[in-house]
Design a protein around this ligand. Structure first.
Ligand code: AMP
Ligand code: ZN
Length: 114
């Protein structure tokens, strides 16, 4: 998707602080962090929203979770804890329409989210 911000980050057209890349997923620091640790994990392949996900996307969606958990664990947040969030659609606050898993840690996170 030529006009997708996260496809452009994937393709190196827009700089980002990339923390992990493999054939399937990319992770990078959120440019506007909402916690001391705030990274986004995205599928390399463009999927606009979790609302559009299909059974064939099960493996990649699982890989987003496992990658997010590994990044949080490697940064030392397994025990104090971390949160993964995926906003789907405007009411949930999704602003970038390329699926992304937020991984947040480093402070006490309130519940429920706003
Ligand atoms: P959402 O509101 O769930 O769609 O989340 C989009 C996230 O992307 C927000 O937390 C933004 O701060 C983040 N973001 C927007 N532009 C960039 C960028 N160029 N690099 C890294 N993160 C970004
Ligand atoms: Zn995209």
């Amino acid at each position: 998707m030529a006009d997708c911000l996260f496809c452009r980050i994937r393709d190196g057209e827009i700089p980002a602080a990339i923390t992990h890349r493999d054939d399937d997923v990319l992770a990078f620091k959120d440019v506007n962090p909402r916690a001391p640790f705030h990274q986004l994990v995205i599928p390399a392949r463009h999927i606009a929203s979790l609302a559009d996900a299909q059974p064939a996307d099960a493996e990649i969606l699982g890989k987003l979770m496992l990658t997010g958990a590994r990044l949080a664990r490697e940064a030392g947040f397994a025990q104090p804890g971390f949160r993964v969030v995926m906003n789907a659609g405007p009411d949930a606050g999704q602003t970038v329409f390329h699926v992304h898993l937020h991984v947040l840690a480093g402070r006490t996170l309130s519940w429920p989210p706003g």
